[in-house]
Structures are given as C-alpha cells and as structure tokens.
Design a protein around this ligand. Structure first.
Ligand code: ATP
Length: 300
C-alpha cells in the first residue's frame, strides 16, 4: 500500500531524511518510532505530497504520490486542524466537500463518522466547547471521512488521558479490523506501538535503524527477562551481575540487568549476595528496552 524508496529531504542545511526505505503492506498497522527530530513528520508530509523530496520516490497503492493519490490518504495531524466556531457536523461536512465526496453521500457519511468516533450526541456542538479528547476523536473522524486506503496518524494520543487514549486505541483497532485500513502511525508512547502495531520501524536522524514485528524486535535483546534493582552499592552490583553473565544497563536512574536464563527469585537474589538490595523487580523484555538500545548513542 505504501512504498518509500531512498527518500531524502534537506531543510536548508539540515538533512531530515537520509535514504529512507519503507514498505507497508495493505491492511498493516505500522508504527514509526523515533526521538524528537528523527524525521517522522517530514516523512508524513512527503507521503501526503505536502513537501517535495530532494530525491527518492513515494508510491501509494502503486502510484507515485501526486494529486491523484491524495484521496487515498487520510491524515490525523499532530495538532488538530479544526474550525473552532463550527460544530462537529459542520467541520466534517466541510472536509467531506474538500475531499470531493458526492453531495448525496455527504450527510450519511458524516453521520457514520460521528457514530464511529462516538460523537453523534455532539454533532451540533462547536469545537471550542469540546474536551481535548473529543477534539482528537473529531480529528480522527475527519481523517476517515473520505474512506482513505491509507490512514496516517501523527501521535494520535499524545496529551490524552488514559481513558480517552483507550477509546482512541479501540477506534484504531476497529478501523484496521473492520474497515481494512492500512495505518501508519507515529508515537512516542511505546506501549501504544506495542498494543496497536503489526510492525514497528525505529528512525533516528533520518535513518531507519531497524524494523520488525514486536516479537522480532524483542528478540534483539538476548535476555529472558530484565531485572531492576535498588541498591546503595551499584558498582558492586554491576561487577557481581557481570560476573554471572548479566548485562548491566542504566535506564534513566534505574540500574537493570539483562538476565539470559530463567532463574527463580531466590537464585536471582543469591547472585547478588553481598550487595544490599533495597528492591528488586522483574519484567519481560519490552519494546522500551529495545528502543533505548537501538537509539542510544555511542556516548552512553
Ligand atoms: P517529533 O517527534 O518532535 O515530532 P519528528 O521525528 O517528526 O520529530 P521532523 O519534524 O520531521 O521530526 O524534523 C526532522 C528534522 O528536520 C529536525 O531536525 C527538525 O528540526 C528539522 N525540520 C523540520 N521541519 C523543518 C523546517 N520547516 N525547516 C527547517 N528544519 C525543519
């Protein structure tokens, strides 16, 4: 559905994308992750035809991006682009017209979209009277009003409370499963990517560093589990852990170890014999660990 070949883009003296290659199959939900400034929004703008690439090509549904491919793409931008004094219905009608939906289909489609994002009872409410979560949902409704084949969601749930976040996740799943949309989403929320994405790509400084399914990415860390400890003697813990074949890692202020074998808690604690342990916790390898490993600079 989406194929990006050797895409590069420079703003004045800053290269935002360097030979980016990406392929997303029809029906896939693909998550593009990366630190601030990695080039994610630039990639989205190039896919939508809002920016001109220096080199490389973008194909949507087999066609080079142009005015013709625009109706196949729906975008929910990072910042809601809504008319604040217009109602939900009026906003949707406006965008339905912009996307060229036939007049006789517009009303029905607008009602369908309002229902899909659970805003039917707010149809006549002006945007400025909606909560942040409702505005986000309306933004999603606008992105799908013309039934795009490829739906692009730029940080769909940033700034939303956890309850609304769950609602938006449910909607995204529904669009993927029931409507069969191909979805490209960017996010800084790694659990969001874990929950929603079939495949995940990690970009940094305009390069795709790695990609794969969640399982494939998790397997990049050779550990059965990650153990985090609190201790007043971290250096001693690192020496002992390393001697037992554990790989030490600092995640922020936390001291963790990759544990390559299955160990009972008693055996695990025994491995740190002589180190005062204030707390110990264990977790399976998560996308967060892989992401930190892949994006960390050599200086760390
Ligand atoms: P974020 O996660 O913060 O949204 P991003 O991955 O979307 O970041 P981009 O917004 O694509 O990153 O930016 C990529 C790089 O290009 C950054 O270094 C940014 O400062 C630069 N950049 C983006 N837009 C412009 C612009 N219009 N003019 C100049 N530089 C830009």
């Amino acid at each position: 559905m989406l194929s990006i070949r050797d895409l590069s883009k420079t703003y004045k003296d800053r290269q935002a994308l360097k030979n980016l290659n990406l392929y997303i199959a029809a029906g896939e939900v693909y998550g593009l992750l990366g630190p601030n400034g990695a080039g994610k929004t630039t990639a989205i703008n190039l896919i939508c035809g809002l920016l001109q690439a220096d080199s490389g090509e973008v194909f949507v549904n087999g066609k080079v991006v142009s005015d013709k491919t625009r109706p196949w793409i729906g975008v929910m931008p990072q910042e809601n682009l809504l008319y604040r004094t217009l109602s939900c219905e009026e906003n949707l009608m406006f965008f339905a017209r912009i996307y060229g939906l036939a007049r006789r289909l517009r009303s029905r489609r607008v009602q369908e979209c309002l229902a899909a994002v659970n805003l039917l009872d707010r149809a006549k409410t002006p945007v400025e009277k909606l909560s942040g979560g409702m505005q986000r949902r309306l933004s999603l409704a606008i992105a799908i009003v013309h039934r795009p084949k490829l739906l692009i969601l730029d940080e769909p749930t940033t700034g939303l409370d956890i309850e609304v976040r769950h609602e938006v996740w449910e909607l995204i799943r529904w669009l993927s499963r029931e409507e069969g949309m191909t979805i490209l989403l960017t996010t800084h929320l790694l659990d969001e990517a874990e929950r929603l994405c079939d495949r995940i790509g990690i970009v940094k400084q305009g390069h795709l560093l790695t990609e794969g399914t969640l399982l494939e990415l998790r397997q990049r860390i050779p550990a059965r589990e990650i153990v985090t400890i609190e201790t007043s003697e971290p250096n001693k813990a690192v020496s002992l852990g390393t001697a037992h074949g554990f790989t030490p890692r600092r995640y922020g202020s936390e001291l963790s170890f990759w544990i390559p074998e299955d160990l009972a808690l008693k055996d695990l604690i025994e491995r740190f014999d002589g180190v005062p342990l204030d707390a110990i916790s264990r977790t399976p390898v998560k996308l967060e660990h892989v992401y930190l490993e892949i994006t960390r600079g050599p200086e760390r």
